[in-house]
Design a protein around this ligand. Structure first.
Ligand code: NDP
Length: 293
């Protein structure tokens, strides 16, 4: 079994971007600028946005964190997105999800200009991705593809099973794995809460991507010996032994599944850091695209 080390691979990507930014500075060119919008004070969202802003600083990107009250109206948020769209210095906009219930995720995502949609959630980018055209691809599945590429895993012809069909992870993951690309060229099954015989489907998989948000859902009896297991899940579970009061759990029962696998991602330290690295790559690309760098 080999660990797919997201910390290590993301470090390589971040180091390469840091060099590229230093080069931009030397040449007097525009530095990528990411605007992150955080509504309310959800603990997990704070952590994710904080990590993104910190990584921007480390690479040398500019970042702006726009913090908004939980009670902000949908209209005010849409106006703010419009201001960010019109701000020529800003290359990428991300709105941390989930948003409060009174605000439509869909309306907000659709308001972001596709050229600044570094999360890759806008229908224009989704459509381009589906057609295999250059597009901003959602950071988590993009990060997973970068990790498979880094480890030179030849996925051609493999049976891939993606558990979860969200617009953020599962569905784009299934599209990328089924693409005529390398990595890619898999035969993909996408599963959800109505899927029948999930255990059996998983047992047939050469690659399982677990993205359902149910801690330790994937057990040894669901995994074929030699399979590749990608654990996207991050759930905070109470843990009195931790200073924070919680531990992060993946969707895979790591201890019993890992010995069976050819490759597996740990939680934490697997998909999480790759998500941030992929977002940074998207932001760099948005700046390059907009400024002809
Ligand atoms: P969602 O809640 O949006 O989607 C979960 C999906 O899992 C749904 O499609 C749901 O099916 C499906 N599902 C739920 N229960 C079952 C079940 N028993 N059997 C089969 N399918 C099931 O979650 P996200 O996609 O946003 O996130 C998934 C997990 O990944 C979460 O733990 C999240 O925290 C984590 N995450 C991690 C990231 C990282 O960087 N590592 C980034 C983004 C997310 P249905 O559609 O029928 O409801």
């Amino acid at each position: 079994m080999e660990l797919l080390d997201g910390k290590l691979v993301s470090r390589a990507i971040i180091d390469a971007l840091t060099l590229q930014v230093a080069q931009l500075k030397t040449e007097g060119k525009k530095i990528p600028h990411l605007a992150a919008v955080l509504v309310g004070n959800n603990g997990a969202s704070e952590t994710y946005v904080g990590a993104k802003v910190k990584t921007c600083a480390e690479i040398g990107f500019k970042s702006s964190l726009v913090r908004l009250e939980e009670t902000i109206t949908e209209n005010r948020l849409l106006n703010l997105i419009e201001e960010l769209n019109n701000d020529v210095d800003i290359d990428g906009i991300l709105v941390q999800l989930p948003l409060p219930k009174h605000i439509s995720d869909e309306k907000v995502i659709n308001a972001i200009h596709p050229s600044k949609d570094v999360d890759g959630f806008h229908p224009v980018n989704v459509g381009k991705m589906v057609q295999g055209l250059p597009a901003y691809v959602p950071a988590t599945p993009h990060g997973i593809m970068l990790m498979l590429e880094h480890y030179k895993i030849d996925t051609k012809g493999m049976n891939a099973v993606v558990v979860g069909r969200s617009n953020i992870v599962g569905r784009p993951m299934s599209i990328l794995l089924s693409g005529n690309t390398n990595p890619g060229n898999c035969t993909v099954t996408i599963c959800h809460s109505h899927t029948r015989h999930l255990e059996e489907i998983c047992r047939n998989a050469d690659i399982i991507v677990a993205a359902l948000g149910k801690p330790e859902f994937v057990t040894a009896s669901m995994v074929k010996p030699g399979a590749i297991v990608i654990d996207v899940g991050i759930t905070r579970v109470p843990d009195a032994s931790k200073k924070s009061g919680f531990a992060l759990k993946g969707d895979v029962k790591f201890d019993e599944v890992a010995p069976l696998c050819s490759y597996i991602t740990p939680v934490p330290g697997g998909v999480g850091p790759m998500t941030i690295a992929a977002l940074m790559k998207n932001t760099y690309a948005a700046c390059a695209e907009r400024n002809g760098n």
